[in-house]
Design a protein around this ligand. Structure first.
Ligand code: 9MJ
Length: 750
């Protein structure tokens, strides 16, 4: 940086030159900042440049430039990339590691489609390219948009950059009027090495691996930089289309190839799991000589009509799976075992390892799962590792499979130090000292401290801001830890996040003057928080971090209830029944234990019923409880967790404080509103002949219907398959419309 002179000493010419320099430097800093991976100066340095610019302008107002950085005060600099909403969601793939999982994948699909075991089923197998996914939108054969995957719904607009990649055609001949091509941008090994060699010569930034180099090159605000980077592209699929490319996966790829795209030449048709595994081994053998990185093999159902029937789980297609290459392993020393406390109070033992390189990644931690795993037995008490336990000081074998947390595969008893002692699992929470209980049938110790346990509170907050929950830009795990420990501006529960701006305004020590924050980043954080005052109900539910409540169940609950108030009212009404259900379970278990020895099984049911019936439950409690456990995908275990958590005094007060800060809890999008069953509650019963249950449920939901497990006054339609029994009778009694499978299919237009 040029030497800075006191502003009072500057003459007019010098001041003009200095303003020009500052405008240039600030503009460059802005660009670098928004490329995210490469900020060039600290927030403090940025603020200092801005302050100096303002001071010079104050002394020489007539020298103020038309592009003065002062005119951008307060406003966040122009956003990095524009956002593009994908016309069709961009999905990721479920992973498999073992050959048995491929047989299960095949079996699952056959079950779902109701195919007989030896019916032919055609697949394709292709290398899984280790790059980054890109969606290219062509309208009338012209490339109009290119977007990264982002969160699957919305990606970053990298159109200008994509246009500079030679393997991405900007114009297509004979393509459908609308065509979204999906594929992987990657960098070949030779290009990667040349790029890093050039960087070394010019003192530029080198990349750790080809994937990072490809990502860093595509995500450049200046497309001319992308142009100078040697990127490649393989097409492997498509999104929205005005007409099908072909009727199979293989034929569609051929069509994309004809249109001018690179399609991986190792893609093969396969007629079942054996052929898939054979091609997997062939690709694995070819891997070292491919000249680019792959991390597995992708299997897809070839028939596109079957792909459509199979559809999707929450973020992955049912018709495809990624078979990842085997884990890399290495031996190292276990230096210690630490206990981490999770958001639901689970105590997780973590191995602290002497750092070791496993397949290109430095590993110093691995999961040890639970007490039994360390002791060398599984959840049923059967030996694992032939019963060898794991002790501090042992030499252990570490492995990494996919992106998952490293694990410990084995221990070398021959090298065990003489003074190594068996590990004793703690009986109290290391964070708050509360008793850690391990319930019968559960392999996990849990801290009983609840909200008084700081570890649980922090982990709940981290979960709350995580990507699939509130996903607040600039508020990640690191910032949560900082704010949690902060005395001036603490965040101790979710509601505190939303009062941050107001508390900061009232405080003397401002966030923008803190370490790690500046004016821009503080303002950006407050804005990012405000953006989340409108939140979909499913995200809110998932974000609360209630035990057993995952993303899929959160979406099921949101679809069923449609709004927060309806849900919480039902939960409140169900509270007495939930308590009763837990007590009944306990009584049943106790009675079962006795009955097993004394041969009085009928007593079990009696014990249960006695709890349920006496004293009588308040009006509506049982109905509300049955409504919740009747939602498909919500069982009694989750329902009990949901109701007891949300009706527990301190927890509920904390949730209400949060809800009061939100501007809108958005109802789930009706997936399809023009269907006659949209918004209706459907129950399936009996044996369906043309659809499997899973498929029937998925199709009903895709048409905007809610699927319940039991008939109630709220049921709109009962679809009665063959041999429908008591549910059909109950529906008749309640005056619910009952139709057969064919009528149902006609109704949803299938
Ligand atoms: C990669 N990464 O090579 C898919 N992929 O298909 C291939 N990814 C994919 N297919 C559907 N070959 C979603 C993702």
């Amino acid at each position: 940086m040029a030497q800075e002179r006191a502003i009072a000493d500057l003459n007019e010419a010098e001041a003009g030159a200095e303003l020009a320099r500052l405008a240039g430097e600030l503009a460059r800093a802005n660009r670098a900042y928004h490329q995210a991976d490469t900020p060039e100066i600290t927030d403090a340095a940025y603020d200092a440049l801005k302050a100096r610019n303002a001071a010079i302008e104050a002394r020489f107002p007539h020298l103020k430039r038309p592009d003065s950085p002062s005119d951008q005060v307060g406003a966040a600099p122009a956003e990095g990339f524009g956002k593009i909403r994908h016309a069709q969601r961009m999905l990721s793939l479920a992973n498999a590691f073992e050959p048995e999982e491929i047989a299960e994948f095949d079996a699952r699909i056959r079950r779902y489609l109701n195919l007989v075991p030896d019916a032919p089923l055609a697949y394709t197998a292709e290398p899984k390219i280790d790059g980054l996914s890109l969606s290219l939108r062509y309208e009338d054969g012209v490339l109009v948009h290119a977007a990264t995957r982002g969160d699957g719904e919305t990606g970053e607009d990298v159109t200008a950059n994509a246009r500079t990649i030679a393997e991405i055609p900007v114009r297509l001949e004979g393509a459908p009027a609308l065509l979204e091509v999906r594929g992987e941008v990657y960098m070949r090994h030779a290009d990667f090495q040349a790029l890093n060699a050039r960087a070394a010569e010019t003192g530029g930034k080198s990349f750790a691996n080809p994937r990072n180099a490809a990502a860093g090159s595509l995500r450049q605000l200046d497309a001319e930089i992308t142009r100078a980077r040697p990127l490649s592209f393989f097409a492997y699929g498509w999104g929205a289309l005005s007409e099908p490319l072909a009727d199979g996966q293989m034929a569609s790829l051929k069509r994309l190839e004809t249109l001018g795209f690179q399609v991986n030449r190792l893609t093969r048709p396969c007629d079942g799991p054996a052929a898939l595994l054979e091609h997997y081994r062939a690709i694995e053998a070819a891997r070292p000589d491919l000249g680019y990185d792959i991390d597995g093999v992708v299997y897809k159902i070839d028939d596109l009509a079957l792909q459509a029937r199979l559809g999707f789980r929450s973020t992955t297609p049912r018709w495809a799976i990624a078979h990842k290459f085997a884990a890399e392993t290495a031996w190292t020393v276990l230096e210690g075992i630490e206990i981490q406390v999770g958001r639901t109070g689970a105590l997780s033992p973590v191995a602290r390892l002497k750092p070791i390189n496993v397949g290109g990644v430095l590993v110093s931690n691995a999961t040890l799962h639970n007490e039994d795993y360390i002791a060398g037995r599984d959840s049923r008490g059967q030996p694992i590792r032939e019963g060898r336990d794991i002790r501090v000081g042992d030499r252990v074998q570490v492995y990494r499979a996919g992106d998952v947390i490293p694990k410990i595969a084995d221990v070398d008893l021959a090298q065990r130090p003489g003074d190594a002692v068996p590990y004793v699992f703690p009986q109290t929470c290391p964070e708050c000292g509360s008793v850690a209980l391990r319930e019968p049938g559960d392999s996990t110790h849990r801290c009983t401290g609840g909200l008084i346990c700081p570890a649980q509170a922090i982990e709940k907050l981290k979960h709350f801001v995580s990507r699939n929950a509130f996903d607040i830009d600039g508020l990640g795990a690191k910032q949560i830890e900082m704010f949690f420990a902060d005395d001036q501006l603490p965040i101790r529960e979710p509601a505190d996040i939303f009062t941050l701006r107001a508390r900061d305004a009232a405080n003397l020590t401002k966030l923008k003057n803190r370490d790690g924050f500046g004016e821009r980043s503080a303002a950006k954080l407050f804005d990012a928080i405000d953006e989340r005052r409108r939140i979909p109900l499913a995200r809110l539910l998932f974000g609360l971090g209630i035990r057993h409540l995952g993303e899929v169940a959160a979406a099921d609950l949101a679809r069923h209830f449609g709004g927060w108030r309806v849900l919480i009212d039902t939960v409140d009404r169900a509270a007495p029944a939930a308590a009763r259900a837990l007590a009944a379970d306990e009584a049943e278990q106790a009675e079962r234990a006795r009955a097993a020895t004394e041969g009085r099984r009928a007593e079990v049911k009696k014990a249960r019923d006695a709890i349920w019936d006496d004293p009588p439950l308040p009006e509506g409690a049982r109905l509300a409880w049955e409504e919740i456990i009747g939602i498909e995908g919500v069982g009694a275990v989750l329902a009990a967790s949901l109701v007891t958590t949300l009706t527990q005094g301190r927890e509920r007060a904390s949730v209400e404080r949060l809800v009061a800060e939100l501007a809108e809890i958005q109802p789930p999008e009706q997936r399809s509103t023009d269907s006659p069953v949209a918004g209706k509650t459907i129950v399936f019963t009996g044996t369906l002949t043309r659809l499997t249950r899973a498929e029937a449920k998925a199709r009903a939901e895709a048409s905007g219907a809610k699927v319940a497990g039991s008939v109630s006054a709220k049921t709109d339609i009962l679809v009665a398959g063959e041999g429908a029994g008591s549910k059909a009778a109950k529906a008749e009694a309640l005056g619910v419309r009952v139709i057969d499978e064919d009528a149902w299919l006609a109704l949803i237009g299938a």
